[in-house]
Design a protein around this ligand. Sequence first.
Ligand code: PRP
Ligand code: URA
Length: 208
Amino acid sequence: MPVQIVNHPLITHKLAILRNKETSTKKFRDLVHEITMLLAYEATRGFPTVPVTVETPICPMETAMLRTENIVVAPILRAGLGMLEGILAMYPPARVAHIGLRRDEETKKPVTYYYNVPDNLEDTTVMVVDPMLATAGSLCAALDLIKRGRPRQVVAICLIASPEGAAIVSSRHPDVSVFVGAMDEKLNERAYIVPGLGDAGDRMFGTV
Ligand code: PRP
Ligand code: URA
Protein backbone atom coordinates (compact mmCIF):
# COMPACT_ATOMS: atom_id res chain seq x y z
CA MET A 1 0.00 0.00 0.00
CA PRO A 2 1.47 3.42 -0.88
CA VAL A 3 2.34 5.72 1.99
CA GLN A 4 -0.54 8.12 2.60
CA ILE A 5 0.31 11.80 2.96
CA VAL A 6 -2.16 13.54 5.24
CA ASN A 7 -2.42 16.89 3.52
CA HIS A 8 -4.02 19.35 5.89
CA PRO A 9 -3.24 23.05 6.46
CA LEU A 10 -3.11 22.59 10.25
CA ILE A 11 -0.56 19.80 9.95
CA THR A 12 1.54 21.73 7.43
CA HIS A 13 1.38 24.83 9.67
CA LYS A 14 2.49 22.98 12.77
CA LEU A 15 5.17 21.11 10.86
CA ALA A 16 6.55 24.44 9.64
CA ILE A 17 7.08 25.56 13.25
CA LEU A 18 8.48 22.14 14.19
CA ARG A 19 11.03 22.25 11.37
CA ASN A 20 12.30 25.72 12.34
CA LYS A 21 15.72 25.36 13.96
CA GLU A 22 14.85 28.16 16.42
CA THR A 23 11.91 26.22 17.91
CA SER A 24 12.55 25.39 21.57
CA THR A 25 12.60 21.88 23.02
CA LYS A 26 9.36 22.49 24.91
CA LYS A 27 7.58 23.85 21.85
CA PHE A 28 8.97 20.97 19.79
CA ARG A 29 7.46 18.42 22.21
CA ASP A 30 4.11 20.21 22.28
CA LEU A 31 3.95 20.29 18.48
CA VAL A 32 4.85 16.61 18.11
CA HIS A 33 2.00 15.85 20.52
CA GLU A 34 -0.49 17.99 18.57
CA ILE A 35 0.53 16.76 15.11
CA THR A 36 0.33 13.15 16.31
CA MET A 37 -3.27 13.68 17.39
CA LEU A 38 -4.14 15.17 14.00
CA LEU A 39 -2.48 12.28 12.15
CA ALA A 40 -4.18 9.75 14.44
CA TYR A 41 -7.54 11.15 13.37
CA GLU A 42 -6.81 10.12 9.79
CA ALA A 43 -4.97 6.89 10.61
CA THR A 44 -7.89 5.54 12.64
CA ARG A 45 -10.53 6.19 9.99
CA GLY A 46 -10.77 2.52 9.03
CA PHE A 47 -10.56 1.08 12.57
CA PRO A 48 -13.17 -1.52 13.48
CA THR A 49 -16.10 -0.52 15.67
CA VAL A 50 -18.63 -2.51 17.67
CA PRO A 51 -22.35 -1.77 17.92
CA VAL A 52 -23.46 -0.31 21.25
CA THR A 53 -26.71 0.93 22.74
CA VAL A 54 -26.54 4.31 24.47
CA GLU A 55 -29.27 5.88 26.61
CA THR A 56 -29.35 9.55 25.67
CA PRO A 57 -31.43 11.89 27.88
CA ILE A 58 -34.09 11.56 25.17
CA CYS A 59 -34.16 7.87 24.23
CA PRO A 60 -32.01 4.77 23.65
CA MET A 61 -30.04 4.67 20.40
CA GLU A 62 -27.99 2.13 18.48
CA THR A 63 -24.56 3.51 17.63
CA ALA A 64 -20.95 2.29 17.50
CA MET A 65 -17.72 2.58 19.47
CA LEU A 66 -14.10 1.73 18.72
CA ARG A 67 -12.75 -1.54 20.09
CA THR A 68 -10.23 0.45 22.09
CA GLU A 69 -9.19 -2.43 24.35
CA ASN A 70 -7.57 -4.03 21.30
CA ILE A 71 -5.39 -1.10 20.35
CA VAL A 72 -1.66 -1.22 21.07
CA VAL A 73 0.60 1.79 20.55
CA ALA A 74 4.21 0.97 19.72
CA PRO A 75 6.57 3.96 19.93
CA ILE A 76 10.04 3.42 18.44
CA LEU A 77 12.43 4.74 21.11
CA ARG A 78 13.59 7.31 21.63
CA ALA A 79 11.89 9.85 19.42
CA GLY A 80 8.66 7.85 19.07
CA LEU A 81 8.06 8.39 22.80
CA GLY A 82 7.19 11.98 21.96
CA MET A 83 4.22 10.71 19.95
CA LEU A 84 2.95 8.25 22.57
CA GLU A 85 0.92 10.72 24.64
CA GLY A 86 -0.76 12.06 21.50
CA ILE A 87 -2.15 8.62 20.75
CA LEU A 88 -3.04 7.93 24.41
CA ALA A 89 -4.90 11.23 24.58
CA MET A 90 -7.15 9.88 21.82
CA TYR A 91 -7.30 6.29 23.18
CA PRO A 92 -6.67 6.20 26.92
CA PRO A 93 -7.24 2.42 27.21
CA ALA A 94 -4.59 1.54 24.61
CA ARG A 95 -1.77 -0.75 25.70
CA VAL A 96 1.83 0.23 25.01
CA ALA A 97 4.63 -1.74 23.33
CA HIS A 98 8.15 -0.27 23.63
CA ILE A 99 10.60 -0.92 20.79
CA GLY A 100 14.14 0.40 21.32
CA LEU A 101 15.92 0.94 18.00
CA ARG A 102 18.94 3.08 17.35
CA ARG A 103 20.26 3.86 13.91
CA ASP A 104 23.98 3.07 13.67
CA GLU A 105 25.33 6.32 12.21
CA GLU A 106 28.11 4.46 10.31
CA THR A 107 26.09 1.70 8.67
CA LYS A 108 22.70 3.53 8.85
CA LYS A 109 21.25 0.16 9.92
CA PRO A 110 18.94 -0.15 12.95
CA VAL A 111 20.19 -1.82 16.14
CA THR A 112 17.55 -3.26 18.50
CA TYR A 113 18.34 -2.57 22.17
CA TYR A 114 14.95 -2.99 23.87
CA TYR A 115 11.77 -4.88 23.14
CA ASN A 116 8.90 -5.00 25.61
CA VAL A 117 5.56 -5.78 24.04
CA PRO A 118 2.23 -7.01 25.53
CA ASP A 119 2.04 -10.81 25.47
CA ASN A 120 -0.86 -11.47 23.17
CA LEU A 121 -0.92 -9.32 20.06
CA GLU A 122 -3.42 -11.50 18.24
CA ASP A 123 -6.68 -9.69 17.59
CA THR A 124 -5.00 -6.32 18.14
CA THR A 125 -4.47 -3.27 15.99
CA VAL A 126 -0.92 -2.02 16.52
CA MET A 127 -0.06 1.64 15.83
CA VAL A 128 3.69 2.03 15.35
CA VAL A 129 4.80 5.64 15.84
CA ASP A 130 8.10 7.32 14.97
CA PRO A 131 8.55 10.95 13.83
CA MET A 132 11.05 10.23 11.04
CA LEU A 133 10.85 7.75 8.14
CA ALA A 134 14.28 8.21 6.54
CA THR A 135 15.92 5.05 5.11
CA ALA A 136 12.97 3.07 6.59
CA GLY A 137 15.44 0.74 8.32
CA SER A 138 14.01 1.48 11.78
CA LEU A 139 10.35 1.28 10.78
CA CYS A 140 10.83 -1.94 8.79
CA ALA A 141 12.72 -3.53 11.71
CA ALA A 142 9.93 -2.52 14.11
CA LEU A 143 7.27 -3.92 11.78
CA ASP A 144 9.20 -7.21 11.43
CA LEU A 145 9.33 -7.54 15.23
CA ILE A 146 5.68 -6.60 15.78
CA LYS A 147 4.43 -8.96 13.07
CA ARG A 148 5.92 -11.94 14.96
CA GLY A 149 3.00 -11.49 17.37
CA ARG A 150 0.50 -11.88 14.49
CA PRO A 151 -1.60 -8.74 15.12
CA ARG A 152 -4.80 -8.40 13.12
CA GLN A 153 -3.82 -5.03 11.66
CA VAL A 154 -0.78 -2.75 11.77
CA VAL A 155 -0.66 0.95 10.94
CA ALA A 156 2.29 3.32 11.21
CA ILE A 157 2.31 7.08 11.78
CA CYS A 158 5.32 9.26 11.01
CA LEU A 159 5.57 13.03 10.90
CA ILE A 160 7.98 13.34 7.95
CA ALA A 161 9.06 10.80 5.33
CA SER A 162 11.62 10.63 2.54
CA PRO A 163 10.52 9.30 -0.86
CA GLU A 164 13.25 6.64 -0.59
CA GLY A 165 12.02 5.38 2.79
CA ALA A 166 8.37 5.50 1.75
CA ALA A 167 9.08 3.31 -1.30
CA ILE A 168 10.97 0.77 0.81
CA VAL A 169 8.38 0.40 3.56
CA SER A 170 5.50 0.08 1.10
CA SER A 171 7.31 -2.64 -0.86
CA ARG A 172 8.49 -4.59 2.24
CA HIS A 173 5.27 -4.18 4.20
CA PRO A 174 2.48 -3.71 1.64
CA ASP A 175 -0.13 -4.77 4.22
CA VAL A 176 0.73 -1.88 6.58
CA SER A 177 -1.00 1.49 6.17
CA VAL A 178 1.57 4.23 6.71
CA PHE A 179 0.35 7.79 7.36
CA VAL A 180 2.74 10.74 7.18
CA GLY A 181 2.32 14.47 7.66
CA ALA A 182 4.72 15.38 4.85
CA MET A 183 6.80 13.81 2.11
CA ASP A 184 10.07 15.68 1.81
CA GLU A 185 12.56 15.89 -1.08
CA LYS A 186 15.26 13.33 -0.44
CA LEU A 187 17.89 11.90 1.90
CA ASN A 188 21.30 13.54 2.18
CA GLU A 189 24.66 11.74 2.30
CA ARG A 190 24.19 11.17 6.07
CA ALA A 191 20.74 9.65 5.42
CA TYR A 192 19.00 12.63 7.02
CA ILE A 193 15.74 13.86 5.52
CA VAL A 194 16.06 17.06 3.42
CA PRO A 195 14.75 19.57 4.35
CA GLY A 196 13.39 17.58 7.34
CA LEU A 197 13.83 18.87 10.86
CA GLY A 198 17.25 17.54 11.85
CA ASP A 199 17.62 14.87 14.54
CA ALA A 200 14.17 14.34 16.02
CA GLY A 201 15.36 12.60 19.21
CA ASP A 202 17.96 15.26 19.97
CA ARG A 203 15.51 18.09 19.40
CA MET A 204 12.82 16.41 21.50
CA PHE A 205 15.04 15.55 24.44
CA GLY A 206 17.44 18.51 24.27
CA THR A 207 20.51 16.36 23.67
CA VAL A 208 22.10 18.66 21.09
C1 PRP B 1 15.64 8.33 14.32
C2 PRP B 1 14.15 8.36 14.12
C3 PRP B 1 13.88 6.99 13.53
C4 PRP B 1 15.11 6.75 12.70
C5 PRP B 1 14.76 7.01 11.26
O1 PRP B 1 15.97 7.64 15.45
O2 PRP B 1 13.44 8.60 15.30
O3 PRP B 1 13.74 5.97 14.51
O4 PRP B 1 16.11 7.68 13.14
O5 PRP B 1 15.81 6.68 10.43
P1 PRP B 1 15.74 5.44 9.43
O6 PRP B 1 14.43 5.51 8.73
O7 PRP B 1 16.90 5.69 8.51
O8 PRP B 1 15.91 4.17 10.21
P2 PRP B 1 17.49 7.48 15.94
O9 PRP B 1 18.07 6.20 15.41
O10 PRP B 1 18.26 8.72 15.66
O11 PRP B 1 17.34 7.23 17.48
P3 PRP B 1 16.72 8.18 18.62
O12 PRP B 1 15.25 8.23 18.42
O13 PRP B 1 17.11 7.47 19.87
O14 PRP B 1 17.36 9.54 18.51
N1 URA C 1 16.59 10.48 12.05
C1 URA C 1 16.26 11.75 12.34
O1 URA C 1 16.02 12.08 13.51
N2 URA C 1 16.18 12.65 11.35
C2 URA C 1 16.42 12.33 10.07
O2 URA C 1 16.34 13.21 9.20
C3 URA C 1 16.78 11.00 9.77
C4 URA C 1 16.85 10.10 10.78
